[in-house]
Design a protein around this ligand. Structure first.
Ligand SMILES: [Zn+2]
Length: 339
C-alpha cells in the first residue's frame, strides 16, 4: 500500500509540476539541442542551440550529445525529476527496436551503435530514437504549420526527398519501420532509376538535388539551355538556378520545373486518397521558391484531382525551418514518455 501511495504522489506531481522533454537532432555536421516545456494545456519549446558533431567515433558522438543535453538541463533547472525523457532524431535507416542507426551514409562510424541506450545511460533519463524526417514532421505538428490539426503529411524537399506521416497525432511507422517513405513512391512507371533500386520514384523528379541534377544531365546530353553557361562557370547548378532560368524563359528549366510540380501534385493527390489528411506540409531547401513552387502544384492538383468533392488538403510551407527536427525530437520523447 505504501508503494501505491508513492505512485499516486508521483503522478500528481507530474500533472501539477512543469515538466520537460529534451530533443537532440543528430546531423553529419551539427548536433542540435532544444527543450520542450509541457504545461497543462500549452506546450512550447526553448533553448535551441547547436554544437559541432565530433568526427572521431561513435562514443565521442554519443558523449557530445549527452554532454550538450546535460548542460542544457543544468542551465534551465531541469533534472531527472522533471524531464520525462530525451528524443533523438537521426538520419535513417534505423532499427528502432534496438535503438540503433543501421547504415547512415553521412555518419558511417555510428553504424549498428546502440545510440539510444548509451544516451539514456549517460543522462539517467529514458531515451527514444526516431528518424529525422519523422521528427521534423512532429516538430511541425506540435509547433509549426500543423499545430491546429490532427493529421498531416510532410515532404522535405532537400538533397533527397524525406517524408513523415502523422495520423491521429501519432507518427505512422508501419509494420517494419519503413512507412512514410514518400520519396520512394513511384510516380512514373519505368522512369528514372533511383538509388533504392526502383524506377520512377518521386525523389528522382521533385527533390531540390534532383531538379538540379536533371538539368545537368540534359545539358550533358546536348540540350540547349542558358543554364549551360552557369554550369560551365560555377561547375554546378542548384534548383534555384533552374527556377530563375525558367522565369527568364528557358525551355529546359521550364520543363523540369513543370515536371517536378506535376509529380508533387500527383503525390499530394495519392496521399490524400490514402489518408484524407488535414494538411500537407512542404519543407526543405526547395520551399525557398515559395509561390513559384506552390502555384504550379495547385494548378496541377486542380487539373488532376477527382471531382467527387471539391476539397483539397491545404498545402503549407513548413513554419519552423531548420528547427523542426530538433523540437520534433523533443516531441518524440513526449510521445514515448509523456503518457
Ligand atoms: Zn527510390
Amino acid at each position: 500500500m505504501e508503494q501505491d501511495r508513492d505512485l499516486y504522489t508521483h503522478s500528481a506531481n507530474l500533472i501539477t509540476m512543469e515538466t520537460y522533454c529534451i530533443g537532440i537532432d543528430l546531423g553529419g555536421t551539427f548536433i542540435k539541442l532544444a527543450a520542450m516545456r509541457i504545461g497543462e494545456d500549452v506546450h512550447d519549446f526553448f533553448a535551441v542551440r547547436q554544437i559541432p558533431t565530433p568526427e572521431s567515433n561513435a562514443e565521442d558522438i554519443a558523449g557530445a550529445m549527452a554532454d550538450g543535453a546535460g548542460k542544457l538541463m543544468q542551465e534551465h533547472g531541469m533534472d531527472g525529476a522533471n524531464v520525462l525523457g530525451v528524443g533523438i532524431g537521426a538520419p535513417g535507416p534505423l532499427n528502432r527496436a534496438a535503438g540503433a542507426i543501421v547504415n547512415p551514409p553521412n555518419l558511417p562510424q555510428l553504424a549498428g551503435f546502440a545510440l539510444r541506450d548509451r544516451i539514456a545511460e549517460q543522462l539517467g533519463i529514458p531515451a527514444a530514437l526516431e528518424n529525422d524526417a519523422n521528427a521534423a514532421a512532429l516538430g511541425e505538428f506540435y509547433f509549426g504549420a500543423g499545430k491546429e490539426v490532427t493529421s498531416l503529411v510532410m515532404l522535405t524537399l532537400g538533397t533527397g526527398l524525406g517524408g513523415g506521416v502523422i495520423v491521429d497525432g501519432k507518427v505512422v511507422h508501419g509494420a517494419n519501420d519503413f512507412g512514410g517513405e514518400i520519396g520512394h513512391m513511384i510516380v512514373q512507371p519505368d522512369g528514372i532509376e533511383c538509388g533504392c533500386g526502383q524506377r520512377g520514384c518521386l525523389e528522382q523528379y521533385a527533390s531540390a538535388g534532383n531538379i538540379a541534377r536533371q538539368a545537368v544531365d540534359a545539358i550533358g546530353e546536348g540540350r540547349d539551355s542558358r543554364l549551360a553557361n552557369i554550369l560551365s562557370e560555377a561547375g554546378e547548378l542548384s534548383a534555384a538556378d533552374v527556377n530563375a532560368a525558367r522565369k527568364d524563359g528557358d525551355d529546359l528549366a521550364a520543363e523540369i520545373w513543370d515536371d517536378a510540380t506535376r509529380y508533387l501534385a500527383i503525390a499530394c493527390i495519392n496521399l490524400e486518397r490514402l489518408l484524407d489528411c488535414d494538411m500537407i506540409v512542404l519543407a526543405g531547401g526547395l520551399t525557398k521558391a515559395g509561390d513559384d513552387l506552390l502555384d504550379p502544384i495547385h494548378r496541377h492538383r486542380e487539373r488532376l484531382a477527382w471531382r467527387i468533392v471539391d476539397h483539397k488538403a491545404p498545402l503549407s510551407i513548413a513554419a519552423l525551418g531548420n528547427d523542426a527536427g530538433v523540437v520534433g525530437a523533443a516531441g518524440v520523447a513526449f510521445q514515448a514518455f509523456g503518457g
